[in-house]
Write a protein that binds this ligand. Structure first.
Ligand SMILES: [Mg+2]
Length: 307
């Protein structure tokens, strides 16, 4: 079991600096866990015969860095009141989160062998009433940031210093409720709130900029009184640096990390292909994809606007 309680080092940073052997080991470990997330996603999707591959692959490095480096939690005490909260607003990526929760000790990994079968707690979207380690039942898009604002306000009322992380899809940013939540977070100066946008540029219906443009995204958040950082969401060093630069929880600006990602990252046939939002692998394709993931990430253009 992994029992993580984040501690800041003497230099004010949580992570060893770039270029050190310690840092290289950490990044190697996280890359291995991101690979594990992709492999497990492919394995589990075979049970129902289809799955949300691409929106999970775009978030693999985010999941790995949060659960194996950044978040504080106690798997043997899932309701620990001082734990960091994680709201997976893009709940359709739960297929990649379940294996992580099992791996760190929230429940028996064997339970995942019945993923989506009748009677299983593990559906396509996560259920906080049935699954240890899930803080919010998500999947109906556009709600996660509002819930996260509530959790961040609760920490203030209760005098606790946990952070609330919200992983939002970029497609769901077209929903008005997200921006009401963003406005409230800025107004109340929720410095303990961290939104990570998985900016993979696609939703189920096509490119976000064709459907309902959300750029300039950094400027939008800034105008709602947020601190903004924009990174390559597959670059583990960049992700760790972004976590290290978060302001302490308190009455500061809420913080957003816009993670420029590639939908389907790690499997060439799926990268940037809207048709794989929900897809099905079969036969020889399955083995090819496993081999490709096993080989590790190859260089890719994340397509970030650099805004
Ligand atoms: Mg998207």
């Amino acid at each position: 079991m992994v029992r993580r309680e984040q501690r800041v080092r003497g230099d004010g940073r949580a992570y060893p600096g770039r270029g050190t052997a310690e840092r290289a080991r950490l990044v190697e470990r996280l890359a291995d866990r991101a690979k594990f997330i992709r492999l497990e996603t492919v394995r589990l999707a075979e049970i129902p015969g289809a799955g949300h591959y691409t929106g999970t692959f775009s978030a693999a490095e985010l999941f790995a860095s949060l659960y194996y480096a950044e978040l504080s939690y106690r798997p043997d005490q899932p309701g620990w009141p001082d734990r960091d909260r994680l709201v997976l607003s893009k709940g359709h990526a739960a297929i990649g989160l379940y294996p992580v929760l099992a791996d760190v000790g929230f429940f028996d990994p064997a339970l995942l062998d019945d993923y989506t079968r009748l009677g299983s707690a593990f559906g396509d979207h996560p259920d906080m009433r049935k699954i240890s380690g899930i803080d919010f039942s998500s999947g109906s898009l556009g709600h996660g940031l509002s819930v996260s604002v509530g959790m961040a306000l609760a920490s203030r009322v209760q005098g606790r210093d946990y952070r609330t992380f919200c992983i939002a899809g970029d497609g769901e940013l077209a929903e008005g409720q997200v921006w009401e939540a963003a406005m409230a977070a800025g107004h109340y100066r929720l410095g303990s709130l961290v939104c990570i946008v998985d900016r993979n540029r696609l939703s189920i219906d096509g490119p976000t900029e064709d459907l309902m443009g959300i750029e300039p995204l950094a400027d939008k958040f800034r105008s709602f009184r947020w601190s903004v950082r924009r990174i390559d969401g597959h670059d583990l060093d960049a992700i760790l640096d972004a976590y290290d630069r978060l302001e302490p929880p308190g009455r500061g600006r809420p913080q957003v990390i816009i993670a420029d990602t590639v939908k389907g990252r790690g499997v060439r046939r799926m990268e940037g292909d809207v048709g794989w939002h929900v897809g099905r692998l079969a036969g020889a394709d399955y083995q090819e994809v496993i081999a490709e993931i096993e080989a590790g990430l190859q260089p890719a253009d994340t397509g970030g606007s650099g805004a």
